[in-house]
Write a protein that binds this ligand. Sequence first.
Ligand code: SAH
Length: 237
Amino acid sequence: MIGRVRGRATNGASPEDRFADRRAEMVHRQVRSRGIRDPEVLRAMGSIPRERFVPPELADRAYDDGALGIGSGQTISQPYIVARMTEALGLAEWAAAHPVETARVLDVGTGSGYQAAVLAALGAEVVGVERDEELATDALRRLGALGMAVDIHVGDGTLGWPERAPFAGIIVAAAAPEVPEPLLAQLADGARIVVPVGTRQHQELMMVRRAGSRLEEQHLEPCVFVPLIGRFGFPEG
Ligand code: SAH
């Protein structure tokens, strides 16, 4: 051998590209075919390397049609559910009504950070609350590596993040016995919260929109999430 070609050793595929086909297929089969049509949501889901949000040994299953364990007994939500919740948040409607503002969105139960990344890819300013410090630290590192500046507060997300309120949207990725009151109080006028409400075993995905002092409720679909543990959630244990 006379010399070596420096740089990329393979056929040009960067490590992420290994997943490009699976990512596109996930968006098509699991998201679009099931009725999610918001082009921005489809684009955002197609742009986030989900394999980076799961433990390395599960990277090959990152685009499976289900939730996956991320450690500490927690999960990264199924891609379809992330898409459904993101679409139901209605950020396009918010942006149309507030053309010069960046939408600030609260992500309760940040977990792996995947949902936060999808929201950031939509152009939102994302702030997260996660009760598990280790998950929060990992999520911050992953989001930082993707160049996404997301603030994550370690604490009880059922209390929201009053210092950063009001929010253009709130997504709760864990099941609550009812919509936590402090979160409703932190919704801006015209903003929506998307949250699974029910028992520890099964829930209904709900969307609540604030219209002045009125709250408009919509039931979206049945779902199963890990419990939201906190003052306005379920008790621990
Ligand atoms: N959005 C996450 C899903 C994580 S699962 C993702 O995309 O990966 C739900 C998360 O909610 C878990 O990480 C759990 O630790 C967290 N959680 C449960 N109760 C909470 C509370 N009261 N405040 C903040 N986070 C909470």
